[in-house]
Design a protein. Structure first.
Length: 148
């Protein structure tokens, strides 16, 4: 008897993988399997939004926060460089995430998240920050890291 999705998720995944490998398509839990596959795609999208948000946080802080220590600046620039590489790699591995409509939605979400974090971390007046994202993807992903 097949293992239930709700009873033991891990064992269910292993069993479904085995059924796929064996070509036993009649044994597959298609409804739950389809949802899990769709969920994998949403995870990739969430990761990209998260990385873009971190990138935006540090770009905004570099642009807005005039008073900062040399170690803060170095840390932010390092974070920008790391996130740029990670975003580029993620997009290379998942080219479907470059869909223009979806990408714009992801940029909007990343901007909203990044702005909130930047405001909290800097402690600066909200009025100091732009309300709309001033960065293009080319600016965010540009090289070298000192461009922003």
């Amino acid at each position: 008897m097949p293992i239930g999705y709700q009873e033991d998720y891990y064992s269910w995944t292993q069993e479904q993988a085995a059924f796929l490998r064996q070509g036993r398509l009649d044994c597959l839990d298609l409804e739950n399997l389809a949802e899990e596959v769709a969920s994998l795609g949403r995870s990739e999208r969430r990761e990209l939004v998260s990385r873009l948000a971190v990138l935006i946080v540090h770009c905004v802080k570099l642009d807005i926060q005039v008073y900062r220590s040399p170690s803060q600046e170095k840390s932010w620039r390092n974070s920008v460089a790391i996130q740029r590489r990670a975003v580029k790699r993620h997009l290379k591995e998942n080219p479907g995430l470059k869909n223009p409509t979806q990408f714009q939605e992801m940029m909007t979400s990343a901007w909203d998240d990044g702005l909130v974090i930047a405001i909290r971390e800097t402690g600066l007046d909200v009025a100091s920050f732009p309300t709309d994202n001033p960065y293009t993807i080319d600016q965010l992903l540009g090289d070298p890291p000192g461009d922003i």
